[in-house]
Design a protein around this ligand. Structure first.
Ligand SMILES: Nc1ncnc2c1ncn2[C@@H]1O[C@H](COP(=O)(O)OP(=O)(O)OP(=O)(O)O)[C@@H](O)[C@H]1O
Length: 257
């Protein structure tokens, strides 16, 4: 299995008025092709710093980072521009990169059609629900054709029910488009439901305390046709609760400190 992202013995510190603060220590991490990797950890443990090192926004103080592919970022806020239509919002990344050509326009049209946004292409963001806006934000990222998606708490601004539906939606699109992804989340259930592997980080300076390869028994339909794993049906798998308890216990240690 080839690795798309590899962190080897990564150490990261910041210099502040109070002196040097170690944020990441001895971090070893891999993202395999075709997988979604979840990062769960206490607040301030350095999850966003890890993503920033993947995108080269900040460099490691020491250690090695390899990234084999183009990165796309999806944030908690959809950052859609209110004065631009849905289609114009989706085009923005390509516009900035000066890459609008016929091929790009055809691709955008096909993404709009494939992911049920075609009839909304001339609407404005305020006319769409929170869940649909997140779908637009993902399509905007996909339009620039990234190989790897970095998802920094993309659902946390949504209400619970929408969050469940949107995570199913986004998971389906990521798998359908054959993207690899890292998902940062505070939500244990969401991490287990969405990800193939979940890494639990310690508090600062963060290192990986535990890695769980999520293996779930997903019920087959009566016809015995294979049904694909989705975040929603993952939650009903018999092993789900066991993983939840393991991760909960791991994180509880830090909540008590
Ligand atoms: N540029 C910087 N200069 C100094 N300290 C920083 C800088 N960026 C991040 N930090 C510190 O590094 C630590 C980790 O921050 P980071 O945002 O990566 O954590 P996080 O796990 O993503 O947090 P949260 O879960 O609350 O979003 C924090 O203590 C933060 O204050």
């Amino acid at each position: 299995m080839s690795n798309i992202i590899e962190f080897k013995n990564v150490y990261k510190s910041f210099y502040t008025k109070e002196g040097e603060i170690a944020v990441i220590e001895n971090l070893n991490l891999t993202l395999e092709k075709g997988k979604i990797l979840g990062l769960l950890g206490p607040s301030g443990s350095g999850k966003s710093t890890i993503l920033n090192m993947v995108t080269n926004l900040t460099e490691p103080t020491s250690g090695d980072i390899k990234v084999n592919g183009k990165i796309g970022y999806m944030f908690q806020k959809d950052n859609l521009l209110d004065w631009r239509t849905i289609k114009d919002n989706i085009m923005i990344g390509l516009e900035i990169q000066n890459k609008i050509d016929n091929e790009a326009l055809l691709k955008i049209d096909s993404l709009l059609k494939m992911y049920d946004l075609w009839e909304f292409k001339n609407r404005f963001p305020r006319e769409l629900s929170g869940g649909m806006r997140q779908r637009v934000a993902l399509i905007r990222t996909l339009a620039t054709d990234p190989d790897i998606l970095l998802l920094d708490e993309p659902f946390s601004a949504l209400d619970y029910q929408t969050r469940l539906l949107v995570s199913d939606d986004i998971h389906r699109i990521i798998k359908q488009e054959n993207k690899d992804a890292i998902l940062v989340t505070h939500d244990i259930s969401e991490g287990i439901a969405m990800c193939d592997t979940v890494c639990v980080l310690s508090k600062r300076p963060a290192t990986i305390k535990q890695t769980y390869n999520i293996k779930l028994t997903i019920d087959k339909e009566e016809t015995h046709t294979e049904i694909k794993r989705t975040p929603m049906n993952s939650r009903n798998a018999p092993e789900f609760r066991t993983y939840f308890d393991l991760v909960w216990k791991e994180l509880e240690v830090y909540a008590k400190q």
